[in-house]
Design a protein around this ligand. Structure first.
Ligand code: ADP
Length: 294
């Protein structure tokens, strides 16, 4: 049965019309001034805000965002990870946080803890992981605003935001809401087809006056564990060449590693379980310039 939403009137897509008890993102606009003040206060407590972007899906952006957040947390920083991939949130699965219930405190919704890391994702709000959200731009903006306003992030050294691929509503909304993003990390694979789209992400950052902290070339080469020979399955070096051409820093290459797939599928953070491996080391190396830069 579909209810009707008295706030937005959009009964076909509004979550409050579809699920009893769900909130309408538009309805949240009522006490606008208070909300703006809460948002301001929340953001004041976050020292560095970083967006992880990619031109295409499937290049390993969420894997990089999760492992980057964990690598930063390993260095003793207070870190939050916000997944705003509304149509395909993968952070709960990547970090084995599925089926967990969010809890609220006086200060707001408590982010999901993973060791010292604080995690928030639309995935925590879906009753069924197979649910598909069909939301228009303003509704996405509304929920991203709630993630920043209603979540009790507390004091953070870094907030890492995992944005969906491309340059659509979600990265634009979060960039506008955060206001002064310290920079974006752009994840790509090395082949030309991916690189073409990454340029758009860089143009997006330039248009929003958001610094590009650098490019990470993921899935860059595969070293055969049996014979030790290197195979550049998606080519290699495309990300670095593009970064050079567009005058943005190159942060490093992460090889193709079947262990990353196994870690992701079983929700075990790769940088924790394979800390000495070449790919975990590559993650750590990519993080180092960011810490130094910021
Ligand atoms: P995106 O966020 O860009 O859509 P994901 O982070 O979800 O991509 O990764 C897509 C798939 O690729 C996942 O199965 C992940 O485990 C795998 N993957 C990511 N990086 C690597 C890598 N360096 N080596 C092997 N598999 C990887």
């Amino acid at each position: 049965m579909t209810n009707s939403c008295s706030s937005c009137g959009d009964n076909s897509t509004c979550p409050s019309a579809q699920q009893p008890g769900a909130a309408c993102p538009s309805a949240q606009q009522a006490p606008a001034r208070d909300e703006e003040q809460v948002l301001k206060n929340r953001l004041k407590q976050i020292k560095k805000k970083i967006l992880v972007l990619s031109g295409k899906g499937g290049v390993g952006k969420s894997t990089v965002a999760a492992n980057l957040a964990l690598a930063l947390e390993k260095t003793g920083r207070q870190v939050g990870l916000l997944d705003i991939d509304i149509h395909g949130p993968s952070i709960p699965k990547l970090l084995n946080l599925e089926n967990r219930q969010l809890v609220s405190s006086e200060d707001g919704i408590e982010p999901m803890p993973l060791g010292g890391l604080k995690v928030m994702s639309i995935g925590f709000l879906l009753k069924d992981p197979d649910d598909a959200l069909i939301w228009r731009g303003p509704m996405k903006h509304g929920v991203i605003k709630q993630f920043l306003t209603d979540v009790a992030w507390g004091e953070l050294d870094f907030l890492i935001v995992d944005a969906p691929p491309g340059t659509g509503d979600e990265p634009l909304a979060v960039a506008q809401l955060l206001g002064d993003v310290d920079g974006a990390i752009i994840v790509t694979t090395p082949q030309d087809l991916a690189i073409t789209d990454v340029r758009k992400s860089i143009t997006f950052c330039h248009k929003l006056n958001m610094p590009v902290l650098g490019v990470i070339e993921n899935m860059s080469g595969f070293v055969c564990p049996d014979c030790g020979a290197r195979h550049d399955i998606f080519k290699s070096g495309g990300g670095e060449t593009m970064a050079e051409r567009l005058h943005v820093p190159f942060l490093g290459r992460i090889p193709i590693d079947p262990e990353i797939v196994r870690s992701s599928d079983s929700g075990v953070p790769h940088v924790h379980t394979h800390a000495e491996g070449a790919s975990a080391q590559a993650f750590m190396q990519a993080v180092r310039p960011i810490i130094e830069m910021l």
